[in-house]
Design a protein around this ligand. Structure first.
Ligand code: SF4
Length: 63
């Protein structure tokens, strides 16, 4: 189980997280918003992929 947060101040709206994991992230007004606060299992893996792919490290997963 991990808690997802997106630092909207850092997010540049590149869309990588949405492309990788559209069940968990959407772009709104050019910034990513997490659709769930907490994830586990496959969703946690998807969120981790998205976090690892974020060019500005704006996605944080806290266990
Ligand atoms: Fe924003 Fe990072 Fe997602 Fe790109 S990958 S939209 S910079 S949170």
């Amino acid at each position: 189980m991990a808690k997802i947060t997106v630092d909207r101040g850092k997010c540049i709206g590149c869309g990588a997280c949405v492309a990788l994991c559209d069940k968990l992230f959407v772009l709104k007004n050019g910034k990513s918003i997490p659709l769930k606060k907490e994830v586990k299992g496959d969703e946690e893996k998807c969120a981790k992929n998205a976090a690892d792919s974020c060019p500005v490290q704006a996605i944080h997963l806290d266990k």
